[in-house]
Design a protein around this ligand. Structure first.
Ligand SMILES: *Cc1c(COP(=O)(O)O)cnc(C)c1O
Length: 362
């Protein structure tokens, strides 16, 4: 069976090299070998996120940590900033955890803006907020630094930020941002297999978690901290992921973080250029387009080209590539192409060669 190369916005293509690291011979998670492995990658994770805090590894998809953050940190009420499928879902998840929760909803395709967040936090009703930095369903990147700057004004509010599809592709300086939780899953920009999350908590978040009843066990942030101090995880982790993460972090630093960020900007620009060349508009509000994936309007925005997206997808798939046909309520009226992970100008060029061909007569 021929492999269909993934250009959907997660999971993304995983390299042979990463798979080789993933399938390293098994070791025990309480043994010195594992502790040495975690100790070796900890400073790299800290450097990646510009933090002095310990970075945690969770064997779960991103949602595990997203739900965990709610259970660990919301006692009064959470403000869920919503601008697409993933951020909207966080409101539902907050409620399912039995928390008081309120939406700050903007139209899909728009970004969350600091002024709106400020207005809502000024009510004094909230002790936490959730924000998705890069809303993968709409291809919108919200201005994280501007929003995070509000933390100074509202020090008692826990700022919980999902960077699932941006972490490692754009600079994220956790300590400087001053936020409380920053999390990601490994199957997006890290280009690791799905099944593991990476996250970091502020000292204030850890202190608050320690006071919270019913925060559970599997995602207890205090347990993560205690174990990370010993270079361990609370329960048996997906050890293959930890080996793969070590290999991947080595690649990040061999390339250089700045070069990695610049590469993502360039490959993203290529995607935007491809869309423009074929007469498509982009879905996101101007100036807030993601740089890790592109959400192309296919009738969702006025003007611009409209094609039969399932047909485009199937033609592209026959040629060996998988692109996404739009998510949730904008399925079909948008489609998405990912440039996350290991993609280069050369590999994106191959995709666009195939896509040019597939567009013929559509
Ligand atoms: C993919 C994604 C998620 C969900 O991640 P899972 O690993 O499937 O739990 C959450 N937030 C964003 C922004 C995503 O892109």
């Amino acid at each position: 069976m021929g492999h269909t190369k993934l250009h959907i916005p997660g999971p993304v293509e995983v390299s042979e090299k990463t798979f080789r690291a993933f399938s390293t011979t098994m070791i025990g998670h309480r043994g010195q070998g594992f502790k040495d492995l975690y100790a070796k990658i900890q400073p790299k994770l800290q450097q990646l996120l510009s933090t002095k805090q310990l970075v945690f590894i969770s064997t779960s998809s991103a949602w595990g940590v997203m739900e965990g953050a709610i259970r660990n940190l919301v006692s009064k009420k959470v403000l869920n900033c919503m601008c697409g499928a993933f951020s909207d879902k966080w409101l539902d998840v907050s409620k399912r955890c039995g928390k008081e929760a309120e939406p700050l909803q903007v139209a899909w395709g728009s970004s969350i803006r600091a002024a709106e967040v400020d207005k809502r936090l000024a009510t004094g009703l909230f002790d936490a907020l959730t924000l998705i930095h890069n809303e993968t369903s709409t291809g919108v990147m919200s201005p994280l630094a501007e929003i995070a700057a509000l933390k100074k004004k509202y020090p008692d509010v826990m700022f919980i930020v999902d960077s699932v599809s941006s972490m490692s592709a754009v600079p994220l300086n956790f300590d400087e941002l001053g936020i409380d939780v920053l999390l990601a899953g490994t199957q997006k920009a890290f280009a690791l297999p799905p099944g593991t999350g990476v996250f970091v908590c502020s000292p204030a978040a850890l202190a608050k978690a320690a006071t919270m009843k019913d925060r559970g066990y599997y995602f207890d942030f205090v347990e993560f901290q205690k174990n990370a101090e010993q270079n361990m995880t609370p329960s048996t982790p997906s050890i293959g992921h930890v080996f793969a993460l070590e290999s991947k972090l080595n690649e990040f630093f061999a390339e250089g973080l700045e070069a990695r960020y610049a590469r993502h900007r360039r490959t993203n620009q290529m995607t935007r250029d491809w869309a423009a060349k074929h007469g498509f508009n982009l879905f996101p509000e101007k100036g807030f387009e993601s740089i890790t994936l592109t959400c192309i309007s296919n009738g969702a925005r006025p003007g611009g080209r409209v094609v039969d997206v399932p047909k485009l997808q199937s033609r592209v798939k026959e040629r060996g590539f998988l692109i996404d046909g739009g998510y949730g309520k904008i399925k079909g009226t948008t489609f998405r192409i990912s440039n996350m992970g290991d993609e280069t100008e050369a590999t994106m060029g191959e995709l666009f060669g195939v896509m040019d061909e597939a567009m013929g007569g559509l």
